[in-house]
Design a protein. Structure first.
Length: 105
């Protein structure tokens, strides 16, 4: 994934924004040099690798798992209560959960 980011994504961003490497950015206070450009490079690399892993691994695996998942068929001995949407037996005259009367078919 690092090669994908360094060899493909970073040059594309450099083509758009003009500067692919921020390592030269720094400032000095009391003879101490703070290289914030290198930090920006590392944050950018981390975020782009995370995005690449997400879009090239996680999203396709989730799509395959969703496609493979099958819902069990509804139980023919149960019906839904019209008031509380609970599963109740087909022959019931009242819902056991909300005690509303159930129309018999």
């Amino acid at each position: 994934m690092l090669a994908l980011v360094e060899d493909l994504i970073t040059p594309l961003i450099a083509m758009i924004f003009g500067k692919p490497d921020f390592a030269a950015l720094d400032f000095t206070i009391n003879d101490s040099t703070f290289r914030y450009g290198d930090f920006i490079n590392k944050i950018f690399t981390f975020v782009t690798i995370a995005a690449a892993v997400f879009f090239f691994v996680v999203v396709p695996v989730n799509a395959l798992m969703q496609r493979a998942k099958k819902e069990p068929p509804p139980d023919p001995a149960l019906q839904k209560c019209a008031q509380c949407l609970s599963d109740i037996p087909v022959g019931a005259r009242r819902c056991a959960f909300c005690t509303s009367e159930v129309a018999t078919a």
